[in-house]
Design a protein around this ligand. Structure first.
Ligand SMILES: Cc1ncc(COP(=O)(O)O)c(C=O)c1O
Length: 361
């Protein structure tokens, strides 16, 4: 049944998820702009990579930035460096952060770092959780927004309180800002106003920006220099990374001013979703361009309704739905160019149908 939803979504005239299909046009568009005589980057050196790193350092308000092929690599290295600096092998983070659940324990297996899980899976970590840590723990990772709980974030004041406490206790703070740009409109802050609360920060270059792949790790100059040693050890210094860098730069320029729109569209979607029976968003009012939708019906039933809605309207909300337990299911909504560029009556048509189908379930 879930396969049928994926197929029905693929056949839709309007696929509203994120920035549309991930196809190679992303790279083609970026290369079209570039003079073929431009020199490639070689093992992390050259104008092409170094200029982009400088631009990202400036944008993030940090002294230096380093381009990485992946966020997974960048963050394991960042945490290892902070552990070296404080002289321990202990890191604290949320139980559902990317390192804990999506990286096959890379941080533990490769660096013998012991991790402390802060708070509970279904809520954000708090200052009280941090105060409860053993005093030996001097490295903390915070993910903004917290993807696995629908992209929630602490208030800015809560972040400041955490920062003040960590400064007092000598705890280094790293920001998993994979989707940092996506939460700036909610905070009504610039990137540096947020990143100044952290010693280092990582952002993704393929999520909201929609590049091919890649990550930026930014922080103090020494930190960046040392991180490059580890990048080499990880095999992350591909001889040339320019396809990723060119795509990241091109798509960053295209989208950097659109994050406000993505955020507002997500709030609109959540409002409409919460008016449909059986559907509740988490958070109720999104703080980024993403939210989760919890359905009080089993996966098969959710799939049947969505497939019907997609095939009868030609409008698709999301291709993937997940089982929560025997009686409930969920899916993520992520807003981007696909929705921003859709004709204005599309959302009305989708929700008229969705609501009427949900009313008869
Ligand atoms: C919050 C978060 N952190 C880190 C990563 C890792 O990024 P990458 O896929 O570039 O390794 C992801 C990727 O999904 C993520 O969502």
């Amino acid at each position: 049944m879930e396969r049928k939803v994926i197929e029905a979504y693929k056949d839709c005239d309007y696929k509203l998820n994120y920035h549309g299909s991930r196809n190679v046009q992303v790279l083609k568009d970026s290369l079209d702009q570039i003079d073929g005589e431009t020199y490639a980057d070689i093992y992390g050196q050259g104008t092409l990579i170094n200029d982009f790193e400088e631009k990202m350092a400036l944008m993030l308000g940090k002294e230096s930035a380093v381009f990485y092929p992946s966020g997974t690599m960048a963050q394991q290295i960042a945490l290892r460096l902070w552990c070296d600096e404080v002289g321990s092998r202990e890191v604290a983070y949320h139980p559902l952060c990317h390192l804990e659940i999506h990286e096959q324990d890379g941080i533990k297996e490769l660096h013998q770092i012991h991790t402390f899980l802060l708070g509970e899976e279904n809520r954000l970590l708090t200052i009280e959780d941090i105060k409860g840590l053993p005093t030996s723990v001097k490295v903390l990772l915070i993910e903004l927004p917290q993807r696995e709980i629908g992209g929630q974030v602490p208030s800015f004041d809560a972040l400041v309180e955490i920062r003040d406490y960590c400064l007092e206790k000598g705890i280094r703070m790293h920001l998993d800002g994979a989707r940092l740009l996506e939460v700036l409109p909610y905070y009504q802050k610039t990137a540096p106003e947020i990143t100044t609360l952290f010693d280092s920060v990582y952002i993704s270059l393929y999520k909201g920006i929609n590049g091919v792949a890649g990550a930026i790790l930014a922080g103090p100059k020494d930190f960046a220099v040392h991180s490059k040693v580890w990048k080499r050890r990880y095999g992350g210094d591909l001889i040339s990374l320019y396809p990723y860098i060119l795509a990241a730069d091109h798509h960053y320029e295209l989208r950097k001013d659109k994050f406000v729109d993505y955020y507002e569209l997500c709030r609109l979607m959540a409002y409409r979703i919460n008016q449909c029976p059986h559907m509740v968003t988490e958070p109720k009012i999104p703080v980024s361009n993403m939210c989760h939708v919890h359905m009080d019906m089993p996966l098969e039933q959710t799939a049947a309704v969505l497939e019907k809605v997609y095939s009868e309207t030609g409008i698709g909300l999301t291709p993937s739905i997940m089982k929560e337990d025997e009686n409930t299911s969920w899916f993520a909504v992520t807003t981007g160019d696909a929705l921003r560029e859709a004709p204005s009556d599309v959302i009305d048509r989708l929700f008229d149908k969705l609501k009427s189908e949900m009313e008869i379930v």
